[in-house]
Design a protein around this ligand. Sequence first.
Ligand code: F6R
Length: 366
Amino acid sequence: ELGQYRHYMQKEIFEQPQALANTLEMIGTAQRLSPHLFGSAAPELLDGVTRVLILACGTSYHAGLVARYWIESLAELPCTVEVASEYRYRESVPDPDTLVVAISQSGETADTLAALKHARHLGMNRTLAICNVAESALIREAALKFLTRAGPEIGVASTKAFTTQLAALALLALTLASQQDWITGEEEARHLAALRHLPVAVQKVLELEPGIAVWARRFADKQHALFLGRGHHYPIALEGALKLKEISYIHAEAYPAGELKHGPLALVDKEMPVVAVAPNDALLEKLKSNLQEVKSRGGELYVFADQDSAVSEEPGLHIMRLPEHYGLLSPVLHVIPLQLLAYHAALVKGTDVDKPRNLAKSVTVE
Ligand code: F6R
């Protein structure tokens, strides 16, 4: 069943173009999105939404963090993202006009399910589940649903579920934007074209695997690693750090690059590899000065840039370029090399990639 692959995780990383194509299939060639994508009650339940609250755990939470940037910038709706296990136990202020979005690969994560029930109990009935399993408890609990079509994900470390969640969340952001007339038909069509091109763009990024495997060898004997990103790539840094720690057992932390000098810079020395997500966006110049801070402390830098990023190799600063600059959807592409980096670091270390110690695929207990 593994075919040419050594592990399910590797297979699932390489299935991402197909998983994205399947998830996006339902939009066909449409130039405008219909709210019906999210269920028959969507026109009514999405109408009049004034805020969005996203609830999830782990990797699914990171997908929510990316979506916050999209929802606020495209739909101009305030968006909060909260770890489900925190939300369910704290006192919060309910608001019936908030769209509550629960994201889960399995749809059985106890905390995410309980958080959604908690929101409903507080009187929030505009609920949407984004989930990869049609018959799951989460799907039954929510008024609206969107099924990602990643196919079964067997590796404990989530990969294709994450990128398909991002595709679903991009569709949600566009639907909300379109409904409120925040974007023109032309802009919407342009974003949809970019979404449709994603499988091809991801395929090209996957071709970077051999170079990433070489980088991974330099990580495997390290105790710690730092991941930096800015803007909608900060959650991608978080996801890269999570992947590395869960399968290679290397301690990794992610910071928004601007936070570096507020503490973590103290940790940087030549034993601390620093990974930076550095696409060519408005934040690149700022990120570059953060990279200099790392370099001047002897830290070894591994930068994932794209074709247009104005950064260049120098001693201690290694660059890998993604073939395309992808604007709003760039986080979908930039997570791929971080998944591959974690996978190859784990291979070198010889850990049980598909079943990392102490972890379960579906966390059905709190
Ligand atoms: C990390 C990972 C976990 C899950 C989390 C939520 O690679 O897989 O962090 O993302 O346990 O699981 P779901 O999405 O099934 O609710």
